[in-house]
Write a protein that binds this ligand. Structure first.
Ligand SMILES: [Fe+2]
Length: 217
């Protein structure tokens, strides 16, 4: 069955508590059942880096993707390099969590130097790309950075980041096509997400085959 992770913002302007997210997931599951929508709804949250210090280990566990107890989606800022990113990733690893960095390809510093993510990936962080970045809906800079991260082997998950239909449609199929490599697209949309949901180790991404060429930075 297809599955979608509900990842409400957890940050100063959307201070979602774990119990609110859990209640909302329950309501959504009931609604999907009533409406005959054959999609599983999974728990999650998109946590602001600054919020990590305010959340207990138990809160963090409740916000892990699919209640894996392991994978935490962290909001990568749109501008500026997040201070202490590698230390944060390492600190979370010591607490038993694996950070999944959401949409770093939309960050200006990453766009000008995608290799800056190397240290975070080296200490175990995973990288999630927004589908709309890959297929160009978010502009050329995000698209180039997303493709460069694929080339570098720094991307692990492709996500809709859909919010609501009037903000952004899911569009995963078009983005998977835009990956330009079927094996890597399968890894990003099925292989790695399945491991995350199961709380298992995520394998290394397969090297990107250069079947199609894109303008790279
Ligand atoms: Fe986000």
């Amino acid at each position: 069955m297809a599955a979608i992770a509900a990842t409400p913002h957890v940050r100063a302007d959307y201070p979602t508590r774990p119990e609110e997210m859990e209640r909302a997931v329950t309501r959504l599951r009931e609604d999907f059942l009533e409406q005959g929508i054959d999609v599983e709804v999974l728990h999650g949250g998109e946590l602001d880096l600054a919020e990590l210090a305010t959340l207990s280990d138990d809160d963090l566990r409740r916000f892990t993707l699919a209640r894996s107890g392991r994978y935490l989606l962290l909001e990568f800022p749109y501008s500026g390099w997040p201070a202490g990113l590698e230390e944060t990733a390492y600190g979370l690893a010591l607490r038993g969590f694996v950070p999944v960095l959401a949409h770093p390809e939309r960050n200006r510093a990453v766009q000008s130097s995608p290799r800056r993510l190397a240290d975070a990936v080296r200490v175990g962080a995973l990288v999630q790309l927004t589908a709309a970045s890959l297929d160009g809906r978010l502009g050329r800079s995000a698209q180039n950075a997303a493709h460069r991260l694929l080339e570098l082997g720094f991307a692990h998950v492709l996500a809709s980041d859909a919010h609501t239909p009037d903000i952004r449609e899911a569009g995963l199929a078009a983005a998977a096509e835009a990956v330009g490599d079927d094996r890597l697209a399968h890894y990003l949309t099925t292989g790695a997400p399945t491991a995350i949901v199961a709380g298992e180790a995520v394998p290394e991404p397969p090297p990107k085959r250069r079947r199609r060429r894109f303008l790279l930075i």
